[in-house]
Design a protein around this ligand. Sequence first.
Ligand SMILES: C[S@@+](CC[C@H](N)C(=O)[O-])C[C@H]1O[C@@H](n2cnc3c(N)ncnc32)[C@H](O)[C@@H]1O
Length: 281
Amino acid sequence: MIVPREIQTTDAVAEHYDELDPFYREIWGEHVHHGLWTSGREAPDEAVEALVAHLADTLDLRPGQHVCDVGCGYGATAEWLARHYDVRVTGVTVSSAQLRQARTRSTASPLLHFIRQDWLENTFADETFDHVIAIESSEHMSDKQRFFDEVFRTLRPGGRLAIYAWLARDGARRWEERYLLEPICREGRLPSMGSEAEYRAWASNAGLVVDGFEDLSARVRRTWALCTRRVATKLLTHSRYRRYLLDARAKNRIFALSVPRIWIAYLTGSMRYGLLRAHKP
Ligand SMILES: C[S@@+](CC[C@H](N)C(=O)[O-])C[C@H]1O[C@@H](n2cnc3c(N)ncnc32)[C@H](O)[C@@H]1O
């Protein structure tokens, strides 16, 4: 497991998303996750929805079922699932800025419910959910075993889990850790970055049965070429971006360095992106 040299707390994660809220929405849009390319000709908006659709395909969602979206961001995935599958979705985020935006969706749909809560301290009753999903949020949790223990506790028997996660290559070399993976964790507020083997072990230790793992690195990495280009363009054309980067009080401006760094980490194979599927027996 890759651990940054400075401790990353849940409060720091919340602050990251609150402070960078306008930039996330302008650079990523309201789906704060990778896109998934199949033909390579998909537009970026199609690719981000394709990533959600790919995950949904693995879950066997039925109308009326209750899904928990752990780390729901602006609620765009929750809304997509409710619209396409008629499921109820409860979304959890630690960011107040994200919650405000997500709640504009739940006022328009009785199927959606959003709360601000730390998943590791969640107050859901045992066996509340038919499915739990986590799109790029487990990376931000300091105790990954507890993340999976809480999935197990809150899933009903037979319930399914699907997670997209940023992963470190198994057995990453010293230079990869030093120049790519450790800084990516520190700049992006990840208390740690696990490998495929570690994710499988955490899920099994929690009592879940791992149904499969899919390495999607090659199909998602274009996201970072796009984001690097978008950030560079904004810096050239918007003084607000330049002011933010030069503002010494801006605690999360350092994340700008991670945008090209992550792209390089995918190209070198140091970082991977995977879909882990599991169920509660
Ligand atoms: C990269 S964003 C992904 C957002 C969303 N899943 C999406 O795909 O648009 C990471 C999300 O994880 C959430 N998160 C991080 N740590 C969390 C925790 N301990 N409990 C709940 N949510 C958390 C953040 O608030 C944020 O919404």
